[in-house]
Ligand binder design. Structure first.
Ligand SMILES: C[S@@+](CC[C@H](N)C(=O)[O-])C[C@H]1O[C@@H](n2cnc3c(N)ncnc32)[C@H](O)[C@@H]1O
Length: 256
């Protein structure tokens, strides 16, 4: 019933306490604050975008440091892109850029670039962004539903965000980017090679695909230009013991 109402895009909150009690959004948010993200994973497909926004807001307040970017990889990728395109006024669209801190790091090297940060939540822009062509757009629904105008953007950047989508929605993000003919992807995704279900893991990760499967999805439309795998000391030790562990994976792709 709830799934039907969601797919029919009806506001099920108007149907009263009974239906509200089916998805305890505040309970899910609270569990995350206490470090349990399995309740979120188990109920994710029942949550509306508004629910996700509310949960995200609670979690950002609890975990305010959301900076995970690898600016040196992005800058190296941008150098290649500028060189390939023969111009430096590149148009960037980022998904989940938080407060634009990565944008600030990169725009200092490419001051003629334009940067659009598509976010689920509203953020105070990182200091220094004023002098650049940077804009945050708060999404009203998932990318593939609210369809922000990204046509003609040269680069899609996303770091530590795509693993927050389940596999089917990851595919929808990539489809939307591809339909809009975005020429380059610069991604950072912390995943293992073969993938995992994240059960018991700290953090709201959902993507079950590992690096091998994600590559299979991306190579249909894009060519891998470069990639980097970064293991901390603990991860490296785990890798030696267990073989396949989660580690930061940066990659750059060019449209076929
Ligand atoms: C782990 S943080 C990474 C922030 C930044 N990219 C970095 O690496 O420093 C994930 C970001 O994705 C955003 N996010 C999560 N789900 C999203 C969605 N469905 N659409 C857009 N942004 C989303 C969050 O608000 C948050 O800023």
């Amino acid at each position: 019933m709830l799934a039907y109402l969601k797919s029919a895009k009806l506001d099920y909150y108007n149907f009263g306490e009974f239906l509200l009690s089916k998805v305890d959004v505040d309970g899910i948010a609270r569990a995350g604050v206490e470090g349990n993200f399995d309740l979120y994973r188990d109920n994710y497909h029942l949550l509306s975008f508004e629910d996700l926004k509310r949960i995200n807001q609670v979690w950002v307040a609890k975990y305010p440091d959301q900076h995970f970017y690898d600016s040196s990889f992005v800058i190296e990728a941008f150098r290649k892109i500028v060189s390939n395109l023969g111009r430096d006024d590149i148009q960037v669209v980022e998904l989940g850029g938080f407060d634009g801190s990565l944008a600030f790091q990169v725009l200092q090297h490419f001051p003629d670039a334009t940067w659009l940060n598509l976010e689920i939540g509203e953020h105070m822009p990182a200091p220094g962004l004023d002098g650049f062509q940077y804009k945050e757009q708060v999404l009203t629904d998932h990318l593939w539903e609210c369809k922000p105008n990204i046509d003609g953007r040269d680069v899609f950047v996303s770091g530590d965000t795509l693993e927050h989508f389940p596999d089917d929605q990851f595919q929808k993000v990539i489809d939307y980017v591809t339909e809009n003919r975005v020429s380059y992807l610069v991604l950072k995704i912390p995943i293992s090679d073969k993938g995992q279900d994240w059960r018991g893991c700290f953090g709201s990760h959902l993507l079950r695909m590992g690096r091998n499967q994600v590559k299979k999805v991306l190579v249909k439309r894009y060519v891998l230009v470069m990639e980097k795998r970064r293991y901390g000391l603990v991860r490296l030790a785990q890798k030696l013991l267990h073989g396949d562990v989660t580690a930061d994976w940066c990659s750059m792709w060019m449209i076929k």
